[in-house]
Write a protein that binds this ligand. Structure first.
Ligand SMILES: [Zn+2]
Ligand SMILES: [Zn+2]
Length: 337
């Protein structure tokens, strides 16, 4: 056994004894012993460090829950209201809105952080008009990754740019709120997407700014981007097509789960001006609830939707088209044998 190892063991033993003695009144009240006093201060230091460490761990644990709840609530509000603003209101004009509601939707669209209203709405109109072609900005035929996020990492296809110029955007250019949004997009995006969400945890539960920024800013932004991107990727790749089998847009349960109200994408491509964006009323659609609440208090009006008869007729037509295709395929197979 080496000397140093004996010494270490003794120190540990000594520390344990000292620590237990430190809690007894006799030991604490013996200032005469210099050696004891220095050990006592060492113990006090260790105990206070241990206490501080424990406090930090427990306070972090206590703050993690409100941090995550804050990020979750901001994520859901931002995508529900922000998307209905840029998508259902400015892209498709599925309803009309009074000025206070338009201003509110414009603010939330800054927090959404997916480009200016003008750019979002123009690209989305191009997507609907030229879906699944080279002019589609998020063309799923260029692969899942491209449709999800890859389209933001490369130059636009010339057909996308050409088609964007051809499509009517006069209503957007004439809209003063859209013009304001386009002009001040970047400073407002920084303010509403990152700065204000970071201030909430710092102000209300004294969170450290780094933790507040990464949870309420970065994590929340990550969630709101990818849940939206799933509409262009997942909802164009996986699912079923009860309304139009010729397009890649599908009814996607996964997209519906991460982006309530936007998973019924086959329906939406067939009836793009329906403010509900889906057929069924019984599944959760936070954007629809918001629009109907705004209509109830007089802020939204002239809501557009598709009648049940038309929905049924379209479903029947799609089923018949598919049946005809199956029959044709069967006859061709028979003939070739
Ligand atoms: Zn689509
Ligand atoms: Zn749309």
């Amino acid at each position: 056994m080496s000397i140093s190892s004996v010494s270490e063991s003794d120190d540990i033993l000594d520390y344990n004894i000292t620590e237990s003695l430190a809690n007894t009144p006799e030991y604490t009240n013996n200032p005469a012993d210099e050696n004891t006093s220095s050990k006592k201060s060492g113990v006090t230091y260790l105990q206070s460090s241990k206490f501080k460490l424990g406090t930090n761990i427990s306070s972090k644990g206590k703050k993690l829950l409100p941090d995550m709840l804050n990020a979750f609530v901001l994520w859901r509000i931002t995508v529900s209201v922000g998307l209905l603003a840029v998508h259902r209101f400015w892209s498709h004009r599925a309803f009309k809105a009074k000025l206070p509601l338009q201003i509110f939707m414009c603010i939330i669209s800054f927090a959404l952080g997916q480009g200016s209203i003008f750019t979002w709405a123009r690209d989305h109109r191009v997507h609907h008009k030229y879906v699944d072609t080279t002019a589609d900005p998020y063309n799923i035929n260029r692969g899942f990754f491209f449709a999800h996020i890859g389209w933001l990492m490369c130059r636009k296809h010339p057909d996308v740019i050409e088609s964007g110029k051809k499509l009517p955007t006069d209503d957007l250019k004439a809209d003063p709120i859209v013009r304001f949004n386009r002009k001040y997009y970047f400073p407002m995006w920084a303010l509403f997407c990152f700065i204000l969400p970071t201030i909430i945890p710092i102000y209300f539960w004294e969170e450290k700014w780094v933790d507040a920024f990464f949870v309420a800013g970065v994590l929340k932004y990550f969630l709101q981007l990818h849940s939206t991107f799933c509409i262009n990727s997942v909802a164009h790749k996986f699912g079923y097509r009860p309304f139009d089998k010729k397009i890649e847009a599908k009814e996607s349960f996964f997209t519906e789960a991460v982006q309530p109200g936007e998973g019924s994408h086959n329906y939406h491509h067939v009836f793009p001006r329906d403010y509900r964006t889906k057929e069924h009323a019984f599944t959760f659609n936070s954007s629809r609830v918001f629009i109907e609440f705004m209509a109830a208090i007089g802020q939204a009006y002239d809501l557009k939707w598709t009648s049940d008869e038309l929905i049924k007729a379209r479903k029947l037509k799609a089923a018949n088209d598919n049946k005809m295709k199956e029959d044709e395929a069967f006859l061709c197979k028979e003939w070739s044998q």
